[in-house]
Design a binder for this molecule. Sequence first.
Ligand SMILES: Nc1ncnc2c1ncn2[C@@H]1O[C@H](COP(=O)(O)OP(=O)(O)O)[C@@H](O)[C@H]1O
Ligand SMILES: O=C(O)C1=C[C@@H](OP(=O)(O)O)[C@@H](O)[C@H](O)C1
Ligand SMILES: [Mg+2]
Length: 176
Amino acid sequence: MPGMKMPGNFFLVGLMGAGKTTVGRALAKAAGKTFYDSDHEIEAKTGARIPTIFELEGENGFRQREAEAITELTQLKNIVLATGGGAVLNPLNRAALRRHGYVIYLCATPEELYQRTCHDKNRPLLQTADPKARLSELFAIRDPLYREVADLVMDTSQQSVNSLLQLLLKELERKT
Ligand SMILES: Nc1ncnc2c1ncn2[C@@H]1O[C@H](COP(=O)(O)OP(=O)(O)O)[C@@H](O)[C@H]1O
Ligand SMILES: O=C(O)C1=C[C@@H](OP(=O)(O)O)[C@@H](O)[C@H](O)C1
Ligand SMILES: [Mg+2]
């Protein structure tokens, strides 16, 4: 049933380190869609990196910018959008994602998420004494929200980006 529910957009949600940006870019290329990342759009618009925005405007300031970006980006057609991990906290973002595209939740264990993010200083929420514990807390809060918006849940545990891409393409072909 092509096009019944899908206007041709794929939206990726999940925690930091789930692979939204990496898998999203590969999926867009393979599916012939334009790739966007809400964090990159915010950085391009402000001319500032995400940690700087958190420093200057706090998480709330960032969330406002993120909501504006999600509103604008979900209006586009034939795109793959990698959202930031906290985008689903805002009910308006959840509604826009559900309404305008097919939502894919990339999940992994907090331990794997930690392994994938521990060398990168660009995630302000993980700049704590115990980033593993922080990821577990965020998982507990957000996993139900990711599941609430998801049309498809993909377990990324012990899967390479390329094998995930192949799995995803097969699932999307079958389901969309
Ligand atoms: N399935 C995977 N297996 C191993 N490493 C991965 C996988 N997906 C992503 N990564 C790596 O994890 C890091 C974070 O990925 P990224 O795409 O930035 O995640 P997100 O956008 O969800 O925070 C990157 O270094 C990326 O190469
Ligand atoms: O989970 C979060 O709240 C955040 C995730 C980040 O994006 P990624 O999920 O792409 O790392 C980025 O939006 C910001 O640091 C906040
Ligand atoms: Mg990302």
